[in-house]
Design a protein around this ligand. Structure first.
Ligand code: PLP
Ligand code: COI
Length: 339
């Protein structure tokens, strides 16, 4: 048993024993390689370094009360990585290779899967990069697919405590017909300035608006946004946000709890009418939002009476985590046990 203060883990890089790698060369994927090095060696003209041929995924693995290790909706991550690869013309990782790599990295690092009850989980980070050299702007002919993993705590250090977010009108994360729907590094580079300003101003994340009209909510930093009112779960429809697997799951849970679900544009003007708002994602799980500051208009939309998460967000959170940790029936078939 390793000595880690599981309950105090931040969401951060954590060195574990192994990662797994596979190279795409001459039009085909090679054999899976196990490595204990934290470094990779790539050509200085690799397209990942110059032209942003880079996509990644994030998924979580949970230890249940029964000691079993459960992985949440990994096939959706495999599909999304394939979509990201198509979006920026990289070699696609077949679903069976994705599975083999993820299963291997989890089993090899099994001692780092946090114990049940600690609230922590093992975060798995698949990464696909163009390694072949190009100086002209063209896709590479060689790729590396790498998967590492490490134990993490909550993304927003508050955990399930409500956070404040800040609307950013003077920065865009993604253009309407750009790469916002893909999980590619460039979107995160584009989000850094707004995100760091928000942190400096005391907010957990920047809330991005649609780049064209600056009228509708896009995303809450590295997470999707949702609002609750009149027994309805409302979440943005936008061509420039990442299709969140957590968000898809919450929509199913909301319906199952007897709520309506609406996926449609959410105007900033509508924010005042929500009973609850939140950010959702693999890392964020559900992070309730207690205040949204509109910095250009010096207005604040407030939620969470007494600083506590609202009842609907709490119910959604409990149900989602209950399924992930194996405490509740997996009625949607979202969980696989890694043996
Ligand atoms: N939006 C962005 C920009 C993200 O980086 C993430 C994290 O993956 C999400 C939303 C949430 O997606 P998911 O629930 O699939 O993790
Ligand atoms: C995730 O929720 O998995 C993310 O990728 C968010 C962030 C760490 C990029």
């Amino acid at each position: 048993m390793i000595n880690v203060e599981w309950g105090k883990l931040p969401f951060a890089y954590f060195k574990t024993d192994y990662n797994v790698r596979c190279y795409f060369r001459n039009g085909a994927w090679g054999k899976l390689e196990i490595s204990s090095s934290e470094n990779i060696s790539i050509h200085m003209a690799a397209t990942a370094l110059h032209y942003g041929q880079e996509a990644f995924e994030g998924l979580k693995v949970f230890r249940g009360q029964d000691g079993k290790i459960r992985i949440f909706r990994w096939e959706e991550n495999a599909k999304r990585l394939q979509n990201s690869a198509r979006g920026i013309l990289m070699a696609e990782v077949p679903t069976d290779l994705f599975k083999e790599m993820v299963w291997n990295v989890v089993k090899l690092n099994e001692k780092y899967v946090p114990p049940y009850g600690s609230g922590a989980s093992l975060y798995v980070r698949p990464l696909l990069i163009g390694t072949g050299p190009q100086v002209g702007v063209k896709p590479a002919s060689e790729y590396l697919f790498l998967v590492f993993a490490g134990p993490v705590g909550p993304y927003f250090k508050e955990g399930f405590k409500p956070v404040k977010v800040q609307i950013a009108r003077d920065f865009d994360r993604a253009a309407p017909l750009g790469t916002g729907i893909f999980k590619v590094g460039g979107n995160y580079a584009a989000s850094l300035r707004a995100g760091e300003r928000a942190h400096g101003d005391g907010y957990a994340a920047a809330l991005f608006l649609d780049a064209k009209e600056k009228k509708y909510i896009d995303e809450a930093g590295p997470a999707n946004f949702f609002g609750i009112k009149n027994n309805t779960y409302v979440t943005p429809k936008s061509g420039s946000i990442l299709p969140s697997i957590t968000n898809m799951s919450l929509q199913d849970i909301a319906r199952d709890l007897g709520m309506q679900v609406e996926v449609r544009p959410i105007a900033v003007d509508e924010l005042g009418s929500f009973e609850e708002t939140g950010a959702c994602g693999t890392a964020a799980v559900i992070t309730p939002i207690c205040a949204i500051e509109d910095r250009d208009y010096a207005t604040v939309f407030s939620y969470c009476k007494d600083g506590q998460a609202g009842p609907v967000s709490t119910a959604l959170y409990k149900r989602l985590q209950g399924i992930q940790f194996g405490d509740e029936e997996d009625k949607f078939g979202w969980v696989d046990v890694i043996e």
